[in-house]
Design a protein around this ligand. Structure first.
Ligand code: CLF
Ligand code: SF4
Length: 481
C-alpha cells in the first residue's frame, strides 16, 4: 500500500461566488484586479473553515448544532412536529431540547474536545426565528466565551426580514433559508398553513406570504453582506422542474450557495408526504437537477441532512457522545490557543495537499473522454483512508481524463457488523453503487471483493489523496475498455 501523498487537503475556494465582475479598461485589461483579489481573499477567509459552505473544508472541519428552538410558525408537508425541523434534518430524528445556558456549556465542552469544530449552527428542532430570544441568547453567550466559533443559522425565512439587523449585530455570518418555490401556486402543495403576525393563513395566502418574506429576507441578507445559502427540498412531481426557476431567483438576489436536498419520505415518519406515498428523488434525478442548476451558481452537494443536535464532521454523527446527561458532567476545556494551533496544522497540511492536487491537475490532458463514477470510503482529510467494512457512506466522484470531481454521497448499511460481514448489507451496498465502476478503499475483504466484481464494480485498495487514486484507477480502467 502506498503512503499518502499528503495528510490533509487544501482549502480550494469554491468558485461562482457572487463576486463583482472585473471592470475592463478601454484596453480590455482589468482595471480592478486588486479589488477582486481582495474580495476573493475576504470570501475565502469567510468560508474556508465552514464545512457546509466549502466542500474542501468539510473534509477537515466539523460543525455542531444545539437544539434550543422548539417552536415553528409554518407547516411543511414533509415535517412531523414530533421530530426535528426536516428543512435541515432527516425526518424521524428527535433531539434533546436545551436552554441557551446548557447549549453554551455544551459548545464550550465540545470546542475543547473537538478543536476542529469551527461552526455552531442553530437549525431547530423548530425554526430558530420562531424562537428568537432563545436563539439570540445562545449566540450571545457563545460569542462572548468562544469568539473564534462561527455562528450559523437555518430558517424557513418567515420572520427573517425582522431579524436581519440583529443577526448582523451578533456577527452571524452564515444564514440558510429553505426555499422550495418562487411560485405560490406550487407553494400550496408544500405548505398547508403559516402563522404570521398572530394570524393563521392557509392555501394561496399562506404560500404568498411565505414567498414574499423569503425573498425580502434574502435581499436583506445581501444588503447586510451576510452569506446566504438556500436549501431546497426536491419533491418529484411537485417542485422538481420548478427548482431551476428557484435557482435563478435566488442567484439574482445574491444567494451564495444552493443546496438541493432530496425529500426523505416514508409512512413511518407520519408526515403528510409520507402518508400519501409521495416519493423522494433517486440519486440520478437529484444529480441531474444539481447539474442543470450548476451553470447558474455554486451547488452544495455534500449536505448530510444532519440533525438539530449534530456534532462532528459532516457524515459522522457524534451526538450520542454528548447527550445532556453526559455533557453536563464534562468540564469546559476550551482554549483559544490550543484551537489555533490545531487549525494552523490543518491549514499546513491542506496547503501540502493543495500542491499535490495542483500537480495532478497539471498532468491532466484536456481531452474528450468518457465519464465514470467511483465510490470512495473516507474518514476525512481528503484521503482514501477507510476500510470497506467500516464505511457508513461513500463519497461519489465523477472521473474523466481531466479531473475527479465530487458529485455527492450515498448512505449505506455498515458491511462489517460485530466483526463479521453482513450479506444482506452487501446486497444493499451493491445496489446503492451499481452505477459506479469501482470502490476506492483502504482495505477490503476477499468475499465482498468477489461479490462486487461479479456486479462489475472493481475494488481498489490504496491510502492516498482521493483525486490521485481516482485518476490512477481511471487510467487503468481506460486500458481495459
Ligand atoms: Fe448547520 Fe446548516 Fe449551518 Fe451547516 S448544517 S445550520 S449550514 S452549520 Fe450543512 Fe447539515 Fe446540510 Fe445543513 S450538512 S443539513 S447544510
Ligand atoms: Fe417542520 Fe422545519 Fe417546516 Fe417548521 S420549518 S414545519 S419545523 S420542516
Amino acid at each position: 500500500m502506498t503512503p499518502p501523498t499528503a495528510l490533509i487537503p487544501d482549502p480550494i475556494v469554491e468558485n461562482a461566488a457572487p463576486v463583482a465582475k472585473a471592470k475592463s479598461g478601454s484596453c480590455g485589461c482589468s482595471s480592478s484586479t486588486p479589488a477582486i483579489n481582495e474580495m476573493d481573499e475576504r470570501l475565502r477567509t469567510r468560508i474556508e473553515k465552514h464545512p457546509c459552505y466549502s466542500e474542501e473544508a468539510h473534509h477537515h472541519y466539523a460543525r455542531m448544532h444545539v437544539a434550543v428552538a422548539p417552536a415553528c410558525n409554518i407547516q411543511c408537508n414533509y415535517c412531523n412536529r414530533k421530530y426535528d425541523c426536516a428543512n435541515e434534518s432527516r425526518p424521524g430524528v428527535v433531539s434533546e431540547l436545551l436552554t441557551p445556558e446548557e447549549a453554551a456549556h455544551k459548545v464550550l465542552v465540545i470546542a475543547g474536545k473537538i478543536p476542529q469544530m469551527t461552526v455552531l449552527g442553530i437549525a431547530g428542532p423548530g425554526d430558530p426565528l420562531a424562537n428568537p430570544e432563545k436563539t439570540f441568547r445562545t449566540f450571545e453567550l457563545i460569542a462572548d466565551k468562544a469568539p473564534d466559533i462561527k455562528l450559523c443559522l437555518s430558517t424557513n425565512g418567515l420572520m427573517l426580514p425582522d431579524y436581519v439587523d440583529r443577526i448582523k449585530q451578533l456577527n452571524v455570518d452564515h444564514v440558510t433559508i429553505t426555499i422550495n418555490m418562487v411560485d405560490p401556486e406550487i407553494g400550496t402543495k408544500i405548505y398547508p398553513w403559516v402563522h404570521y403576525r398572530r394570524k393563521r393563513y392557509k392555501g394561496l395566502d399562506a404560500a404568498r406570504i411565505l414567498h414574499e418574506r423569503q425573498m425580502e429576507g434574502l435581499q436583506a441578507l445581501q444588503e447586510a453582506d451576510i452569506l446566504c445559502k438556500v436549501n431546497s427540498v426536491m419533491i418529484p412531481g411537485i417542485n422538481d422542474d420548478h427548482l431551476v426557476e428557484v435557482n435563478k431567483a435566488i442567484r439574482a438576489r445574491g444567494a451564495f450557495l444552493h443546496n438541493i436536498m432530496p425529500l426523505i419520505s416514508a409512512p413511518e415518519h407520519g408526515t403528510h408526504f409520507g402518508l400519501t406515498g409521495q416519493r423522494g428523488p433517486t440519486p440520478k434525478e437529484l444529480k441531474s437537477l444539481q447539474d442543470q442548476c450548476a451553470g447558474n451558481m455554486k451547488m452544495m452537494r455534500h449536505c448530510r441532512q444532519c440533525r438539530a443536535d449534530a456534532v462532528g464532521l459532516l457524515g459522522e454523527d457524534r451526538s450520542q457522545e454528548f447527550t445532556k446527561e453526559k455533557f453536563m458532567e464534562m468540564p469546559v476545556e476550551y482554549s483559544l490557543e490550543k484551537r489555533q494551533e490545531v487549525h494552523a496544522s490543518i491549514e499546513q497540511a491542506k496547503e501540502a495537499l493543495k500542491q499535490t492536487k495542483a500537480k495532478i491537475a497539471l498532468a491532466a490532458k484536456p481531452v474528450d473522454s468518457p465519464k465514470i463514477l467511483v465510490a470512495v470510503a473516507t474518514k476525512g482529510g481528503g484521503l482514501v483512508n477507510q476500510h470497506f467494512g467500516h464505511a457508513k457512506e461513500f463519497m461519489i466522484y465523477e472521473v474523466d481524463a481531466n479531473e475527479a470531481r465530487f458529485v455527492g454521497h450515498r448512505k449505506i448499511d455498515h458491511y462489517c457488523q460485530g466483526g463479521y460481514g453482513e450479506e444482506a448489507s452487501l446486497d444493499g451496498i451493491i445496489q446503492t453503487i451499481a452505477d459506479c465502476k469501482a470502490v476506492l478503499v483502504s482495505k477490503i475483504g476477499h468475499c465482498p471483493q468477489e461479490e462486487l466484481q461479479k456486479a462489475g464494480i472493481r475494488s481498489v485498495e490504496a491510502y492516498d489523496v482521493i483525486e490521485k487514486v481516482a485518476r490512477d484507477f481511471y487510467d487503468e480502467y481506460l486500458k481495459t475498455v
